[in-house]
Design a protein around this ligand. Structure first.
Ligand SMILES: COc1ccc(Cn2ccc3ccc(-c4cc(N)[nH]n4)cc32)cc1
Length: 242
């Protein structure tokens, strides 16, 4: 998979080259190119923003610069791409999106700043390729770069060979529609707090049931919306008895 990121703060994307993702890039599983939007400005001030039509606070990113940048970046590789534009006004990014993006040959991320990017940029490219305006949560960031780090990590860990233990991704939180339950490791007792006995019983059926019950309890308490979204047959009789 090839990933391109266009931003006025290339340094914000440096963490992509650390640890797990750094190894994925080093082993050729992932090809990441970060581009400085200002490389496509032509004025002495390298202006990337201007005042909003209709008034209002802040500045809006200019379409011409983004058009020149995205034309050049898209033309640099013949693989079909999906353009992903983080925005507070976007559709919520989910684990299902991460799986869908992991199947793409190429992702191009446009990182806005200020109050965002002139809407005509999204509208223009949506005529030529898939474009997603996505939100990573109901809070407002200062730009798209942190959202790109989140999305790239969620996607890259699903690529074959990136995670040491592929079972992790298959048994993720959300993979069965529920939150992950609690996890424990040594010591058996820590600050007078023991590990639940069932986890040391060796009874794999009882352990699976206990883990399912804890996941259901946590989902009911913290994310009832996920329960409501489950397909009707997702909960068995024992689940419902909880
Ligand atoms: C119109 O209101 C605003 C519009 C933009 C901004 C700052 N900003 C500029 C580009 C950009 C890209 C993504 C995000 C973002 C994404 C999520 N989930 N939260 N925040 C924020 C972004 C602030 C306010």
């Amino acid at each position: 998979m090839r990933i391109d990121v266009v931003t006025i703060f290339p340094g914000y994307l440096a963490p992509l080259r650390e640890a797990l993702l750094g190894r994925a890039i080093g082993s050729g599983l992932l090809d990441v190119a970060v581009h400085d939007l200002r490389d496509w400005t032509h004025d002495v001030h390298q202006a990337v923003d201007d005042s909003p039509y209709g008034g209002g606070p802040g500045m809006v990113m200019r379409p011409q610069v983004w058009g020149d940048a995205l034309d050049a970046v898209l033309a640099a590789d013949e693989r079909p791409a999906r353009l992903v534009v983080p925005t507070p006004a976007g559709r919520p990014f989910t684990q299902a999106d991460a799986h869908a993006y992991a199947a793409e040959e190429r992702l191009v991320f446009a990182c806005g700043r200020y109050e965002g990017i002139d809407q005509r940029v999204v509208d223009h490219y949506a005529d030529a390729l898939p474009v997603d305006e996505i939100s990573i949560g109901d809070y407002v960031l200062v730009g798209g770069e942190v959202a790109v780090l989140v999305v790239v990590e969620a996607v890259a860990r699903l690529l074959p060979g990136v995670l040491g233990n592929p079972r992790s991704a298959a048994e993720d939180s959300f993979s069965d529609g529920l939150l992950e339950g609690p996890s424990y490791t040594r010591p058996e007792v820590w600050r007078d707090r023991p590990v639940p006995d069932v986890l040391r019983s060796g009874n794999h059926g009882a352990i699976a049931r206990w883990r399912r019950d804890r996941a259901l309890e946590r989902t009911v308490a913290r994310r009832p919306d996920l329960l409501a979204a489950l397909p009707p047959d997702a909960l068995d009789k024992k689940d419902r008895a909880l």
